[in-house]
Design a protein around this ligand. Structure first.
Ligand code: ZN
Length: 289
């Protein structure tokens, strides 16, 4: 991430931290669990942003003799822990909401509307800051779209405050609390599954079978087997395999290998290792392909 990108994110983080603190404080004063949910939702987002920033710094560290992959996976481990915390928070919010539904208490609707409106303004401001340049940067785009969704939940909390202020409908607030908790849970679950996929050495978003077919069309390639393909982190993907070639010289064989490597890298794989062999020498059974 370029320096200016980090600067922009820092402002968004500070703005949202201020919103979160005031939301937590006023959720207690106003008896609103919806406001607390909104605060927790924003907390989850900000912790994800901070983790991404910290991990980006950590992953710049060089690999060592003991850690030959460096610290690329630090981000994934952090994301896994973060997702578990997010899921716990979602369950806690459902519990708090149910408590308010079974034991209703008066909600200070005007205060809820006021604080949630400020949060809404903060989300809109963050969205506008992030929108600039979001067409060119996938991370920025994700953050921008997320802020738009956050504005939506803040708007719902404003609605809950209005329902109790104008109509005395105190039950709307905890119902919105549950709704926001569900949104938080789904986001947490998605993050959890993504991190598990990477920790299970899952393949990146490519069709390995298709890559093999393309490689087999390259002249001199007789077979490719014992393929293993995995994601190290969000940025790096590995591909290893045995490449059976028919070549007259080692130089030819290396040339064929380089062509296959280029073909694989075109699919977005960053690191390719191919073991060259002739048809008769390999007895290894293929795992999948
Ligand atoms: Zn082999």
């Amino acid at each position: 991430m370029e320096k200016s990108g980090k600067g922009v994110l820092l402002w968004v983080v500070l703005l949202n931290l201020a919103i979160i603190v005031s939301e937590i404080y006023f959720s207690a004063v106003s008896n609103s669990v919806a406001l607390l949910s909104d605060a927790m939702h924003n907390t989850g987002d900000i912790s994800a942003l901070l983790l991404a920033l910290a991990a980006a710094t950590l992953s710049e560290r060089k690999a060592t003799k003991k850690k030959t992959f460096g610290y690329s996976r630090a981000e994934i481990i952090a994301a896994e822990i973060n997702s578990l915390l997010i899921l716990a928070v979602a369950l806690f919010l459902v519990y708090e909401s149910l408590k308010k539904i079974t034991h209703p208490s008066e909600i200070k609707g005007r205060l809820v509307m006021l604080v949630a409106s400020i949060a809404l303004a903060g989300n809109v401001a963050s969205a506008l800051i992030l929108r600039e340049g979001s067409e060119h940067n996938i991370n920025r785009k994700g953050a921008y779209l997320h802020m738009v969704a956050d504005a939506g939940t803040s708007l719902a909390v404003v609605g809950g405050g209005a329902a109790s202020y104008f109509f005395g409908l105190n039950i709307v607030d905890p119902l919105i609390g549950i709704g926001v908790a569900v949104v938080i849970f789904i986001g947490g679950m998605r993050l959890f599954m993504e991190a598990v996929h990477i920790l299970m050495e899952g393949a990146p978003d490519v069709d390995v079978e298709e890559i093999r077919k393309k490689a087999l069309k390259i002249e001199g390639v007789k077979d490719m087997h014992s393929i293993r393909c995995w994601k190290l982190s969000d940025k790096e993907a590995y591909f290893v395999g045995h490449l059976v070639v028919s070549a007259r010289s080692l130089k030819d064989a290396v040339g064929i290998r380089k062509s296959v490597e280029r073909c694989i890298k075109k699919e977005g794989i960053t690191n390719v290792t191919l073991q060259i062999e002739s048809a008769e020498e390999c007895g290894e059974k293929a795992n999948v392909l």
